[in-house]
Design a protein around this ligand. Structure first.
Ligand code: FEO
Length: 169
């Protein structure tokens, strides 16, 4: 594997674990506010992020690439309004989409089609993650100011169930 592609993938493992940590902190915020449904939604999201990290970890090992685990940064966001984590979540996913695109471009440039094929799943996943994040903001803007509606939205988000990723390596 091209050295640049390998380094970017290794770095992305760390960033996916950071995403998990960030979303766990979002869950933390909502737990403190008594919104356990919102907290559940982000706890499930945190598990998905760990899956993303582990898929990359395994892909690297399957291709005999070394993996170096670095320190995971402390989540650095502070929130006041209930909608704040939702907006930060969308911005974060847009950032991650850019990172995945950078790895894809580097792999494509080095004609590493095994890696581009692997990343195809992540390209699609980022589309879903941005849509999910955007939909949450829309719902919160529509219903978040009314206590009864917020209660129902919280109940809806409590129903999110974790399922393992569909990607098989
Ligand atoms: Fe691993 Fe939310 O993208």
């Amino acid at each position: 594997m091209d050295k640049k592609v390998s380094a970017l993938l290794n770095d992305q493992i760390n960033k996916e674990f950071y995403s998990a940590y960030l979303y766990l902190d979002f869950a933390n915020f909502y737990e403190d506010k008594g919104l356990e449904g919102f907290a559940n939604w982000y706890q499930v999201q945190a598990k998905e992020e760990m899956d993303h990290a582990m898929l990359m970890y395994q892909f690297m090992h399957n291709n005999s690439e070394p993996v170096t685990l670095e320190a995971i940064a402390k989540p650095d966001k502070t929130f006041s309004a209930l909608i704040d984590p939702l907006k930060a979540g969308l911005a974060h996913e847009q950032y991650v989409t850019g990172l995945i695109g950078n790895i894809y471009a580097a792999a494509n440039e080095s004609r590493d089609f095994r890696t581009t094929q692997f990343l195809d799943w992540f390209i699609k996943e980022q589309g879903e993650e941005e849509k999910n994040a955007s939909d949450l903001i829309t719902k919160m803007e529509l219903y978040g100011d009314d206590a009864r509606s917020l209660y129902m939205l919280n109940s809806e988000l409590a129903g999110r169930v974790y399922s393992a990723p569909s990607l098989v390596l």
